[in-house]
Design a protein around this ligand. Structure first.
Ligand code: UDP
Ligand code: MG
Length: 318
């Protein structure tokens, strides 16, 4: 069996209390299989003791590497940095909060050895609130009807990516990254492994309702321009309907004279069309905003320090 070099990429934002547990779990998992590995923590501008814990782990475990951002740039940026800095034949993306069970690692690696470029760990929604899982089911159904790539519920960032998959992802240079769609966009051979959802051990989730809503919108507009076409068709439909209504009323007026009471019809037409127009403007605005952001070509993140620098300094001193 060929020994692999595996990079674990762990985006970490305010994960104090989790880092050491995570590292311990990974090193126990990797002890038995003979593969070489590095654990790359991407500190996404944490304001708590996360960075101290990563430095402590670095002293204890030679496999630890880190990249530390100048401020919080978001999980997507952290994943991107992880993929850029990872040196492995394969990269395993995992959350720092132990919600991605390390027990699955052997299965992920086996999938890679079988020749798959993406081995995806899929979680079920056990323990999620009923209403939340219902809403997500409806959302994924709707989204997959509108966009070209397929997004699947429960398949998130917990996955193994081969070097080929990583390099493909790094070729996609867009500023506004929606990973879930990008994984699907690159294609390649994929295998799915299922696991039972686990609750977070320390700290709390960073997803607020607002962020979830924004994420939902991103999912729809990040991949194509079909929503714009939808605006176009809605406009067309309401135009035909109003032409029909106007002709009908005109004929009615010619036959029976002017009918004064018309408050209801007037107000409904104004409100409905106003709604359609604002919605369409909003959708167009989403795309314009994205164009604006892309044209600025800002980097996805800024690095404060990396473990390579620290290790290099130590080596120079020795
Ligand atoms: N995370 C990050 N930057 C952020 C928010 C989250 O790097 O701005 C990391 C976080 O430390 C964790 C992972 O992304 O390792 C998932 O975050 P969280 O557990 O809050 O999300 P959930 O599991 O609820 O989807
Ligand atoms: Mg979590």
């Amino acid at each position: 069996m060929k020994h692999l070099f595996i990079s674990f990429v762990i985006p970490s934002y305010n994960e104090e209390g989790n880092i050491i547990h995570m590292m311990k779990a990974l090193s126990e998992m990797m002890m038995s299989n003979g593969h070489h590995y590095e654990v790359l923590f991407v500190d996404d501008g944490s304001s708590d003791k996360t960075m101290d814990e990563i430095r402590a782990a670095l002293i204890e475990y030679p496999e630890v590497e880190y990249v530390s951002f100048t401020r919080n740039f978001g999980k997507e940026a952290a994943i991107l940095a992880g993929l850029e800095y990872a040196k492995g034949d394969a990269v395993i993306l995992m959350d720092a909060d132990l919600q991605h069970p390390p027990d699955l690692i052997p299965q992920l690696i086996r999938g890679y050895e079988e020749g798959y470029d993406q081995v995806i760990a899929k979680r079920n929604r056990a323990g999620d609130a009923k209403i939340r899982s219902l809403l997500s089911r409806a959302y994924y159904w709707g989204v997959n009807k509108t966009i070209d790539v397929e997004l699947r519920d429960g398949e998130g960032d917990f996955r193994l990516l081969s070097r080929r998959a990583v390099d493909s992802l790094l070729q996609l240079s867009e500023g506004n990254r929606f990973s879930k769609g990008l994984y699907s966009w690159i294609g390649l051979e994929q295998k799915t492994i299922c696991y039972e959802n686990v609750a977070r051990k320390h700290g709390e989730t960073k997803w607020s309702l607002k962020q979830l809503l924004n994420y939902a919108v991103d999912g729809v507009v990040s991949f194509n321009t079909k929503p714009l076409r939808l605006c176009f068709y809605t406009g067309l439909l309401s135009m035909f309907l109003s032409i029909a209504y106007i002709s009908f009323t005109l004929i009615d007026i010619m036959r029976n004279g002017v009918d004064v009471p018309g408050y209801f019809t007037t107000i409904s037409a104004v409100l409905f069309l106003g709604g359609v127009q604002l919605l369409s403007l909003g959708i167009i605005g989403e795309y314009v905003g994205r164009i604006y952001n892309e044209t600025k070509k800002r980097p996805h993140y800024l690095v404060r320090r990396t473990s390579a620098e620290v290790k290099g300094k130590q080596a120079a001193h020795a």
